[in-house]
Design a protein around this ligand. Sequence first.
Ligand code: FMN
Length: 408
Amino acid sequence: MKWQLDKKAIIVGVTGSIAAYKACAVVRDLIRAGAEVRVVMTKAAQKFVAPLTFETLTGHEVVTELFPAHKVVKTRHIHWAEWADCILVSPATANMVAKVATGIADDFLSTLITATRCPVLFAPAMDYQMAVNSIYLENCEKLKNLGYGFIDPEEGELASGAIGPGRLASNDRIFHAVASQVLKSNQMQGKRVLVTAGPTQEPIDPVRYISNASSGKMGFALAEAAFLRGADVTLIHGPSDLNTFAGIQATSIRTAEQMAQEVRKHWPDHDLLIMAAAVSDFTPVQSSKQKIKKSDADITLQLKRTEDIIQSAATEKGNRVVVGFALETEDGERHAREKLQAKKLDLICLNDATEAGAGFYTDTNRVTLIDKAGNIKQLDLMSKQDTASHILDAIENLKKGQSVHAES
Ligand SMILES: Cc1cc2nc3c(=O)[nH]c(=O)nc-3n(C[C@H](O)[C@H](O)[C@H](O)COP(=O)(O)O)c2cc1C
């Protein structure tokens, strides 16, 4: 589940790189997220992918000509330039970067970019010899200094078979760059937010461990919601396949002990801690250096308590805010209230692991918020992104001295 880009107007410019086929998946991701997408293709791009592909995906005519024959288009490049919330050039050729950097406007895409005032993002793709060409690099530098966004290419296997820089950024990175461009606000600007997410793994031996089914989705959504509101966000997460926004400072850990160390290290520099990680409460007393051999006899695993990270952080919080999560399977409200009080939290987010669509695994959640004054608010079943936004609203209300009930 991705951030929703409802009704955001996005123009995708496709240029003549072998990576043009990858633009199809990017366009799909944007449409799935609710964006209104229009596609512009250069002549060279049409050598790689047919306009029909994008017409079918978007349901709109693809613009390929500045001066189409037999059509009255008036000043379409100006109307489109005004319509767009963001122009994404993906893939962007060295040629298109050079044209924009030097103010050349000799086809629809370069003319559109010259005419627009909306943010323009380039996702370049090219073979490594082109990617290290100093004129190309100088053009990128010039555009970056002028405020154009770049989703820098990655190192990896290239179409030529070579391995090196120039590979188009992943679809997720491209989506995140567009989402961050069109969704970002400054509501939490200047705030430093520390979020934990995902499970921990407690090794029994080199190949076995104790863990839980946390996907990290709720914690990642909270970190991203804070980031999109302009906060400086540090995310400490256990093993997870999720990708996040480039602007979030993400650190990956494995064990509860490593999670505790990272929280200790970062908490002094943050204003708000949201502990959404499912940290293991127990860890093996001893982790075997060698794989434990199978035998006919049963074995007993002795476990010890791990550090109560949120409790330690809450004791040092001063005027800062600490938010915890309670995942329960029975008598949830009572357990959540006990945890809230015992750990002196400002807010607890309760979810029921047994409820369909809530808790681990899912893209949705149904959370009950209980604030330190004991006020309770049940959120509806919704995406984890929307849940995260509601939790941040509740935190903002608490900071203003209001209860979780206050409308933002
Ligand atoms: C097979 C093939 C693959 C190409 N791949 C790239 C590429 O990945 N990146 C790039 O900058 N140029 C690439 N080019 C060169 C561009 O297509 C060429 O510079 C063209 O003029 C770009 O036009 P445009 O920027 O208007 O799309 C490729 C050319 C060919 C023949």
